[in-house]
Design a binder for this molecule. Structure first.
Ligand code: NAD
Length: 512
């Protein structure tokens, strides 16, 4: 393992030998299959770890279920204090955790710092929320009756997360679930075990200072698809929050639906932006570049389809090609680079295949080649691709998790919006315009059909205060801010009769 990652683990207080299974601070080595994670920086094996066996996953779920017994009745602000202290640990260890994120997910250090900051932000949000889990007071039609709605803890939550946001997505779920009174059982991506172990270590340290909190509020079950499926199938986990590909979401959703459980799905995106003639071109170049090439095109919100008005298309294309040509690509831990590697060889092959398909479908390709010079050997480094293509190309329908931006020209806005919406996914979208009518149309019911609709910013880089998620094949889930917390609770409608009469609703007479 790289020296920097090694010392980050030390700074975080991670114990060795590394174990992939934990119930609070109680660690056990997995008894399942041996999995090897590689750092995308150089492709070298970074850690070999045994997955949790099926019975170990069962033990973790049982521990979470037991913890739920006392956690659900702890006052919500007391639960918030646990989250507040965890957030403090994150603040103290921000740099070390970000170093590990860069090591395991390959994103540049600045973006890794941003990812850990998102964890801190969601903890702050959740702490405030712990005093604001408001219900409603409703007018009763009956005299001497009080009708209210209250929100109560749901139960242990299963969290399945993807490699590209190895820590923030878990934190979005965990911080909110904890204040809502729910323990969390986490299965991280098999590609990013070290960051997961580091997070669980910080939880364990927080738990050590709060002996009243049951350790089962946070369980880690490292492993692959089988561990994910075991969580999805468990009737003891009333909610499964799953982030990843549409393929994964389909499998998880069907398993959860078969037991009539709830799922919160955060799946693939195929995000588009419209650039209108009145757009500020300087702002356009910057926002397009960050959205399209940031995290080497491996964000669910990465910009993949760009609809540019024909009057400015050549000019914008030339500006983008100029910027693309000088993007610093290389080791993501070197702060001079803006683009790190793809996660692995399979991803590199998927990018090459998508570009070949785009070419066969009439596309003109700029960039997209593999880079071997000036980058760490063994990693998959690519130059981001810009592809000029027609709207009917089939390749536009799929998410390729790599930095490929398809550029299309449009004449009228209504057609551009229709084409923008004409994909199976519905996560993030944007319009760049100085015309308020165009902006409002894009945000209206006749506009973008996505869960995230932006004006004069790119498609990626959401704030935690809003609800995050998308429509159609993206899965329909909402995480993070706004009222997403309601998914982690159950709603009870309470009718209290404080009179000595028994009037029935709807005026029904039933005299006995
Ligand atoms: P992936 O689907 O390969 O894996 C995601 C997680 O699901 C992993 O932990 C994996 O082990 C698990 N998994 C896979 N198949 C499973 C199954 N059949 N049953 C249970 N668990 C299963 O995705 P990835 O390559 O890690 O991540 C990239 C994908 O995630 C992209 O499609 C991206 O758009 C999406 N993503 C979406 C969001 C969002 O918020 N919408 C955020 C991040 C990533």
């Amino acid at each position: 393992m790289h020296q920097q990652a090694q010392s980050a683990l030390g700074l975080l207080g991670v114990q060795t030998p590394l174990a992939g299974l934990a119930i609070g601070g109680l660690w056990s080595p997995g008894q399942g299959e041996l999995l090897t994670a590689h750092s995308p920086i150089d492709g070298e094996p970074s850690v070999e770890l045994a997955a949790a066996s099926s019975s170990q996953v069962g033990d973790a779920i049982a521990a979470a279920k037991a913890a739920f017994g006392s956690w659900r009745v702890a006052p919500a602000p007391v639960r918030g204090e646990f989250v507040r202290r965890f957030g403090e640990r994150l603040r103290e260890h921000k740099e070390a955790l970000a170093t590990l994120v860069t090591w395991e997910a390959g994103k540049i250090y600045q973006e890794s710092l941003g990812e850990v900051q998102e964890m801190i932000d969601i903890c702050d949000f959740a702490v405030g929320l712990s005093r604001q889990l408001y219900g409603k007071s409703i007018a009763s039609e009956r005299p001497g009756h009080r009708l209210t709605e209250q929100w109560l803890p749901l139960g242990p939550i299963g969290v399945i997360s993807a490699f590209n946001f190895p820590v923030a997505v878990w934190a979005w779920n965990a911080a909110i679930a904890w204040v809502c009174g729910d323990p969390v059982v986490w299965k991280p991506s098999e590609k990013t075990p070290l960051t997961a172990i580091a997070c669980q270590t910080l939880v364990a340290q927080t738990l050590a200072g709060l002996p009243a909190v049951p350790p089962g509020v946070s369980c880690l079950t490292f492993g692959g698809v089988e561990v994910g499926q075991k969580l999805a199938a468990s009737p003891d986990l009333p909610l499964i929050s799953a982030t990843g590909s549409v393929r994964m979401g389909r499998a998880v959703a069907q398993t959860v639906a078969a037991r009539l459980g709830r799922s919160l799905l955060e799946l693939g995106g195929n995000n588009g932006m419209i650039v209108a003639p009145s757009a500020d071109l300087e702002l356009a170049v910057r926002s397009i570049t960050f959205s399209a090439v940031g995290t080497c095109g491996q964000r669910c919100t990465t910009l993949r389809r760009l609809f540019v008005h024909e009057s400015i298309a050549d000019q914008l294309r030339d500006r983008l090609l100029e910027v693309y040509g000088r993007l610093p690509i290389g080791d993501p831990s070197d702060e001079k680079n803006l683009i790190g590697p793809l996660i692995d060889e399979k991803s590199g092959r998927a990018m090459a295949a998508a570009l070949a398909a785009a070419k066969a479908q009439g596309g003109t390709i700029h960039g997209g080649e593999r880079i071997a010079e000036g980058v760490p050997a063994g990693g998959v480094y690519v130059r981001p691709a810009l592809v000029e293509i027609d709207a009917d190309a089939e390749i536009l329908q799929q998410e390729t998790f790599a930095p490929i931006l398809y550029l299309l020209r449009y004449q009228d806005l209504e057609t551009a919006i229709a084409l923008h919406n004409d994909v199976p996914q519905g996560l993030s979208s944007a319009i760049l315009t100085s015309d308020v009518r165009e902006a409002e149309l894009f945000c209206s019911a006749a506009g973008s059909d996505c869960g995230i609709v932006n004006v004069n910013i790119g498609t990626s880089g959401a704030e935690i205060g809003g609800a995050f998620g998308g429509e159609k094949e993206t899965g329909g889930g909402r995480e993070s801010g706004s009222d997403s917390w309601k998914q982690y609770m159950r709603r009870a409608t309470n009718t209290v009769n404080y009179s000595d009469q028994l009037p029935l609703a709807q005026g029904i007479r039933f005299d006995v």
